[in-house]
Design a protein around this ligand. Sequence first.
Ligand code: AMP
Ligand code: GLY
Length: 415
Amino acid sequence: MRVLLVGGGGREHALALGLAADPLTERLVAAPGNPGIAAVAELRAAEVASPEAVAALAVECAADLVVVGPEAPLVAGVADAVRAKGIACFGPSGAAAQLEGSKAFAKDVMAAAGVPTAGSRVCATQAEAERALDEFGAPYVVKNDGLAAGKGVVVTGDRDAALAHAEACGRVVIEEYLDGPEVSLFVVTDGEAAVPLMPAQDFKRVGDGDTGPNTGGMGAYAPLDWAPAGLVDEVMRDVAHPTLAEMRRRGTPFAGLLYIGLALTKAGPRVIEFNARFGDPETQVVLALLETPLAGLLHAAATGTLAKHPPLRWRPGAAVTVVLASQGYPTSARSGDVITGAERAGIIHAGTARRASDGALVSAGGRVLCGTATGPDLASARAAAYALVDGVTLEGAHRRSDIALAAVEGRVRVP
Ligand code: AMP
Ligand code: GLY
């Protein structure tokens, strides 16, 4: 099978490793890829948010399967353009990707499907925003309605800061605060059949102890030993299947990866958000533990044959990934600094590049790379992931020091 992978972040590096390891994969091309992906795939420059450009590249590579990593190309309709050429594509249509592309759309689908989520109001004016903030009270949760690379959400006790974010965004969703540990559950689906992967936990805030602004994600681990038994079955029954049924009913079936972000509250699991693609950096840990070959699984989802796919197999043990971010992230991101010590298995590249003048590895974005390791238990995987990331030098870089720590110490509590 010839596979074209679209994207060039840490998630795509993890996907590339999984796709390349599948004996079904004869050729792997990545656009645009990154220096880490270059070790396992041919890289092609392409305007990945352009449906025409990606479809043309898929034809040129004679791809049997296109896997779209990031949300922007999906929302732009890349999967539709690829399928229009008769090529199987793992990723939802532009219409179905609105589950991620618009928070207001996602809330509407959840309401119609009876999916448990935070109460919310869509607000287009300051007066509406003020009313909603006072209705739900502090802590305030204000979300930009559109795509914002994980940085469109402000959670704050400061009403003025909440109002300022609403004003800066224009149209926002203001919602009830959900209290409880967060879980990311990835569901592979062909629109009808749905297969859950292993739940993982992400660390969204930039600072230790969940302080500072939201980021794209600073680290992750799996499995979640503290999660209630039956959680995955409950979420498949109450969230995934009703959502997929509602999307079919609307004539826009969702096929690809449904990312369900949950808070485990006192009242039970509540959806925080949907994404229309694999999460980053949770993918790094989930795929490190997945034994089932990845290309075959994604191809089954892309061709409507997931119901016939054999049950997933998982490696024993645990996986942890720790993100190294560039100076200033997430407010700004310094690029062009030399990176050393990254030539190790388990270093997953995100915002890296080769310097044109001498081929040196340099930073090129906010989340630069991550150290991903497995181990027989969470404590050993965590120690190995920190050893990996701490072997890398990058001026001004920062990382969290508490990824997976509460879980190792048995301090995660579901209310
Ligand atoms: P989102 O982009 O919707 O995932 O929001 C980013 C992050 O903001 C989430 O991972 C949560 O940590 C936090 N967040 C979002 N919505 C809520 C909510 N209703 N209650 C508490 N925290 C939230
Ligand atoms: N890790 C959060 C996300 O991918 O949106």
